[in-house]
Design a protein around this ligand. Structure first.
Ligand code: HPA
Length: 286
């Protein structure tokens, strides 16, 4: 899977397996983070494919991450949603972590909506707040754990893709509009990805804060990089599941899941509204 010749073969094989279940062409790929996966309960005409039926997919091992692909219609838009994602800290390579994004693209999706659970470094923020990701700092990527490292297959995208303005401004506008309509608090800021699985030390929190980072998590950046490599537009939403404060209590996975549970309705409403706006855009031919 990591050898360069095999990436296209893995993508093609995965597409072939999915095609034995459905011939749906998704427009939007959705990746759901810790505790957030019930968002897709309302997908209509759903085809559900457990990850263990997809030979090239790793099996998600983290509690709160159910492993299945759901293809169907949400708010009138054809979607492929991942219930549960693959994390680098589980031991998967960056290529494995991002394979589903390649698959979404190969199936026809041109838009990625990615959500995650994150620790808020800003002490003025609250658990349960949503944050529109304006940009990210991909710390493992900067240290060489990068999904595009190695041979570049030009069929996927360019050798040196730009990552400036990786998060689409139109989709951000849709998210702001959605939050205004529903009255949800939508913070905006910078997401930093750390490899995990350990939560941050106090010194690491202070370092990240000093660098202007608003929330910290263990996912998202690799998937966004690969989506941009493939020319998809991207919307990222973080759910603040805990406050990462050197003077506060240590974080734990249970509180992350609980906050995800509590935020489900608000996040579902936000994403549903964004999809409706994407649907309207398609209908207007823009
Ligand atoms: N740190 C890193 N990742 C996280 C956190 C955190 O505090 N909360 C949820 N994911």
């Amino acid at each position: 899977m990591c050898m360069h010749d095999d990436l296209m073969a893995s993508v093609t094989a995965t597409v072939d397996v999915i095609r034995t279940h459905t011939d749906r062409v998704p427009k939007v790929g959705i990746i759901l983070g810790s505790g957030l996966s019930q968002l897709v309960d309302h997908v209509d005409a759903a085809t559900v494919i457990p990850y263990d039926k997809i030979p090239s997919f790793p099996v998600s091992s983290v509690p709160g991450h159910k492993g299945e692909l759901v293809l169907g219609t949400l708010a009138g838009v054809s979607v492929l949603a991942m219930r549960g994602r693959f994390h680098f800290y589980e031991g998967y390579s960056m290529q494995q972590v991002t394979l589903p994004v390649r698959v979404m693209r190969a199936l026809g999706a041109d838009t990625l909506i990615v959500t995650n659970a994150a620790g808020g470094l800003n002490t003025a923020w609250n658990v349960g707040d949503l944050m529109l990701i304006r940009d990210h700092v991909f710390l493992p990527g900067m240290a060489g754990f990068h999904p595009l490292r190695g041979h570049n297959d030009d069929r996927f995208g360019p050798r040196f893709p730009a990552m400036l303005n990786a998060y689409d401004t139109q989709l951000q506008a849709f998210a702001r509009h959605a939050a205004q309509q529903s009255g949800a608090t939508l913070r905006e800021g910078i997401y930093a990805m750390l490899a995990g699985p350990a939560f941050e030390t106090g010194a690491e929190m202070r370092l990240l804060r000093a660098a202007g980072i608003d929330v910290v998590g263990m996912s998202t950046a690799p998937e966004v990089v690969v989506a941009r490599h493939g020319g998809m537009r991207v919307l990222g939403i973080s759910l603040v599941t805990n406050i990462a404060d050197p003077a506060g209590a240590p974080a734990n996975h249970e509180e992350v899941l609980e906050a995800g549970e509590a935020a489900k309705p608000v996040l579902s409403a936000l994403i549903t509204s964004v999809l409706q706006q994407i649907g309207a855009e398609v209908a207007n031919g823009t």
